[in-house]
Design a protein around this ligand. Structure first.
Ligand code: FES
Length: 146
């Protein structure tokens, strides 16, 4: 299995690992099939994502995609952040092996779950944001791990 240099870099030196104590929104999503869990913290002020951090019990691809996803959402508005799909993150990393694509969905879903949490806490509705799931296996067809 070949990983791009960018994936290796974000795996070896992940950005934004940790938690935000007074986070505006926190989201946790798992993948029952591989047992991995992702937690994303967002600090949102005046509609801008000022900070993003993550913690994961996930594989290397999950670490690299969350590192890149949190980098990409920082400084963005909420509608802009919603455009940062797992595909955008994968492109920013110069791709992932097909068997690892679902790992990038973990980052996207945890980000959405954190935005959902923020919306609920502030009694707002975020246009285009769907209720997050606890297990991404409910959403995506996930290939068997070997
Ligand atoms: Fe579970 Fe990558 S997130 S194998």
């Amino acid at each position: 299995m070949e990983y791009s240099e960018k994936v290796m870099d974000h795996f070896m030196n992940p950005r934004n690992v940790g938690e935000i104590e007074d986070a505006s929104g926190v989201g946790t999503v798992g993948n029952a099939k591989c047992g991995d869990i992702m937690k994303v913290y967002l600090k949102i002020e005046n509609g801008i994502i000022e900070d993003a951090k993550f913690k994961t019990f996930g594989c290397g691809a999950a670490v690299a995609t969350s590192s890149m996803a949190t980098e990409l959402v920082k400084g963005k508005t909420i509608p802009e952040a919603l455009e940062i799909t797992n595909k955008v993150v994968m492109e920013a990393l110069d791709g992932l092996p097909p068997v690892k694509v679902h790992c990038s969905c973990l980052a996207e879903e945890a980000l959405h779950a954190a935005l959902w949490d923020y919306a609920e806490k502030n009694h707002i509705v975020i246009e285009g944001l769907e209720r997050p799931v606890n297990d991404i296996g409910e959403l995506h067809e996930i290939p068997d791990q070997d």
